[in-house]
Design a protein around this ligand. Structure first.
Ligand SMILES: [Zn+2]
Length: 247
């Protein structure tokens, strides 16, 4: 392969590596923010579970207050029962006692229901807290990995940029100018492989047979007539010898 072509391929590889590094560096803050958003959701789940438990406990206290009211009403009726004079009064008082007892029973049932509910809600709180702790651990690890990755990518970017600068100074300026012109016009990709069946792998246009012949020699700068990218060719590996087994 001609040194010019080889250098341009190398330049393209460096350009692509630089572009990829920049893309990853730019994506870093969003990846951190995504991890933090997941943590915030786990915290919200804990808060919501605690809120449900609190509401249930408040409802239970209300029911207990109500039960206390029925209790005192009931004992008042029982006190009055001994003081009634007539059978009619006695029956009326009995009726009052029955009603209050029923009401008390119903409120006490509510208290028990709320207690059972609180057990389930307490378990929910614990579950969400465990999930939060696990998520916290995951996210700490993830952020550490992301930070390490960022440092690696930044180092790779620095290295590729330095190599690119060195390479460019060693190339003929018109060659660099051609590369940069095509690169700008083609979203950073100035070089394309010619496929074995004679297509430009970037724009998929078929090369003229004579052009393809020339590209296959890899000894000059040839641009795709359609996308202008500089073409090169990788010959197929030599056919492997069929395996022979000796008896
Ligand atoms: Zn092309």
């Amino acid at each position: 392969m001609s040194p010019d072509l080889e250098h341009l391929i190398e330049l393209q590889n460096l350009e692509s590596a630089i572009e990829e590094s920049r893309r990853r560096i730019a994506a870093h803050p969003q990846r951190i923010a995504d991890a933090e958003a997941r943590l915030a959701r786990a915290k919200e789940a804990v808060d919501a579970a605690k809120q449900r438990l609190k509401a249930s406990q408040e409802a239970r206290r209300e029911a207990e207050k109500e039960a206390a009211v029925y209790q005192s009403r009931l004992s008042k009726f029982k006190d009055q029962l001994s003081a009634v004079k007539t059978n009619k009064e006695y029956q009326a008082m009995q009726h009052e006692i029955e009603t209050a007892t029923k009401e008390l029973g119903s409120v006490e049932e509510t208290v028990i229901e709320r207690m059972v509910e609180a057990d389930a809600l307490t378990a929910d709180v614990k579950k969400t807290e465990q999930a939060l702790a696990a998520e916290q651990k995951n996210i700490d690890a993830e952020k550490k990995t992301l930070t390490e990755e960022l440092a690696t990518v930044e180092a790779a970017l620095k290295e590729a940029t330095a190599k690119k600068d060195t390479l460019i100074t060693s190339l003929a300026p018109p060659l660099v100018a051609l590369f940069e012109q095509v690169s700008r016009a083609r979203k950073g990709v100035a070089i394309a492989l010619a496929t074995r069946d004679g297509l430009c792998s970037a724009c998929h246009v078929r090369l003229r047979p004579q052009v393809f012949q020339e590209v296959r020699r890899n000894d000059q700068i040839i641009q795709c007539a359609s996308c202008n990218r500089i073409l090169y060719y990788i010959p197929p590996p030599a056919a492997a010898e069929p395996a022979v087994t000796h008896a």
